[in-house]
Design a protein around this ligand. Structure first.
Ligand code: ADP
Length: 506
């Protein structure tokens, strides 16, 4: 136990010597404006995926700890929901500036626990912070409606009310942006929250909470509960079922999303689910091939393929297939530099953990055993460490292979030859996922036809990256429910209220 400057007694948890001086690195959970441990005093390790070393121990909170945080968030809701939009916008904007000013510190923490190259971590901080700025603005534009009434003596008012406490459960692949994208929006709407970050990347979430506190976010509006994978199901359960909770906002796998949707159904809770994808990347004969290749590198290898909008299936027209594959192979060979994300020049870091390595290795071995060919890569780079998977390009991929239809979530590009626009569409749409799709063509009519016919929440024509705070991000089918970013992102955290003003003639 240690006594802090403020005189608060805290239980001591481990912080590795090499990381102790890291600015903003916290190793306790954050509840009601205080840095706290689990009531049980249990902790779990946070490791650096590049070298397996332990960075810190953080509290392993259980359902009882989570319940305390939910009660705190419910209390804070009474006051936060009564603030003006302008007050909320001011706090969000301060948080945005602080995240920007501390971008390099946040990026170092992000790279340490997620493995992504430092340049990508800085990119994520800029992208993630942009949601705070965006929602600071949108907070002030949640207008209501006055609807023409069918009665002469009555008026119909439509307003948007914050829906209460939001349970926020986030993944490890974008540990900062997945929090700001949700929390910026819900705070703008007047809601409060309890965040359960991924067990692999809780430190970025805690650093973000520290900056929120510095920005003047009142105690209890943001709470961060850290839990191990073992406790995630019971913590997730109370975060869905507790009566205080108005909405469950989750980004992660479709499997876990379905569990949470089921739990939310019991209390008819609102959900915002951003789940797995299976993005097609379609290249048609009129496309600028060099441009499509540059974009393919971004769509596939950003965060080493560990992104739900990452290109999963390259559907390349036969007229340009050989040219595309040759260009892709050469770019992967020269531009994918695998290594520790803190090293200068590294563009691809490790996979997050052994589970991911096993999954990617399993998909590639299954494909190769059924006749696929790895033109480059195809195995773990054991010289670098057990989590480093080589950037890989697979051809001769057919339907019987798992990799043909499953989300890969790793640095493996799968190229499939198609004969026509219709065939590309048929393959692209033949999935229960519907998050993002990419199309490369210079034929204007074809671009519109593809945009209309692709059953996905987001379609990028001639681009490999489409996320931005200004646009609605989200999927259809089993890729999720609801939209994040844009003006719609705030609306997810509000209920529509209809007030009838009657007897106006009395
Ligand atoms: P990923 O493949 O990104 O790890 P998951 O869906 O497994 O995707 O994890 C995303 C988030 O969901 C993490 O914060 C994780 O701890 C949490 N999680 C995993 N299982 C459950 C569960 N049964 N209930 C609630 N949260 C869970």
């Amino acid at each position: 136990m240690i006594i802090t400057k403020a005189g608060v007694l805290r239980s001591y948890t481990f912080l590795a010597a090499g990381y102790r001086k890291m600015h903003l690195l916290k190793n306790q959970a954050y509840v009601n404006g205080k840095w706290v441990g689990a009531a049980s005093k249990s902790v779990f390790d946070v490791n650096n995926p590049a070298n397996g070393t332990k960075i810190a121990e953080v509290p392993d909170m259980d359902a009882n700890d989570a319940k305390i945080a939910l009660d705190v968030a419910a209390d804070a809701f009474h006051t936060w929901s009564q603030t003006t939009a302008k007050e909320r916008a001011t706090v969000l904007r301060k948080w945005f500036y602080l995240c920007q000013e501390n971008g390099d510190h946040l990026a170092k923490i992000l790279t340490a626990e997620s493995g992504k190259p430092l340049a990508e971590s800085k990119g994520e901080v800029a992208y993630g912070s942009s949601f705070l700025e965006w929602f600071a603005d949108t907070a002030k534009h949640m207008n209501g409606e006055i609807v023409p009434s069918p009665w002469p003596n009555k008026q119909i008012l439509v307003t948007r009310q914050p829906l209460g406490v939001v349970s926020v459960i986030t993944p490890w692949n974008f540990p900062f942006a997945m929090i700001t994208r949700k929390v910026g929006a819900l705070m703008a709407a007047g809601c409060t929250c309890v965040i359960k970050p991924s067990e692999d990347t809780p430190l970025t979430a805690l650093a973000a909470a520290e900056l929120a506190e510095m920005a003047g976010v009142p105690s209890g509006v943001i709470n961060v509960v850290t839990s191990s994978r073992k406790n995630a199901p019971s913590v997730g359960k109370i975060m869905c079922e507790d009566d205080n909770v108005g909405c469950i906002s989750f980004t992660g796998s479709t499997g876990v999303g379905k569990i949470l949707y089921g739990l939310a159904a019991k209390g008819i809770k609102r959900v915002a689910l951003e789940l797995g994808g299976n993005a097609p990347f379609i290249v048609l004969p009129s496309a600028d091939i060099e441009h499509s290749l540059d974009q393919a590198m971004l769509a596939k290898f950003r965060n080493n393929g560990q992104a739900c909008v990452g290109a999963n299936r390259f559907l390349i027209h036969e007229a340009v297939f050989d040219k595309f594959v040759k260009g892709f192979m050469s770019r992967i060979g020269t531009k994918c530099i695998l290594g520790d994300g803190t090293k200068e020049g590294v563009t691809c870091g490790p996979l997050i953990n052994k589970m991911q390595v096993d999954k990617v290795s399993g998909l590639v071995s299954d494909a190769v055993s059924k006749g696929a060919k790895a033109l480059i890569g195809g195995k773990v780079d054991t010289k670098l460490g057990s989590n480093f998977y080589e950037s890989t390009l697979l051809v001769n991929v057919s339907k019987e292979m798992k990799i043909y239809s499953e989300e890969i979530f790793g640095p493996v590009a799968v190229c499939v030859k198609v004969k026509s626009e219709e065939e590309a569409l048929q393959i692209a749409n033949n999935t229960r996922s519907g998050l993002a799709a990419y199309v490369f063509t210079k034929d204007l009519g074809q671009a519109f036809r593809m945009s209309r016919s692709l059953n996905f929440g987001m379609v990028a024509i001639n681009d490999g990256i489409l996320s931005t705070a200004e646009a609605p991000f989200g999927g259809i089918k089993e890729s999720g429910i609801g939209r994040e970013g844009s003006r719609h992102g705030v609306e997810e955290y509000t209920d529509i209220k209809y007030t009838l003003m009657s007897a106006l003639d009395k």
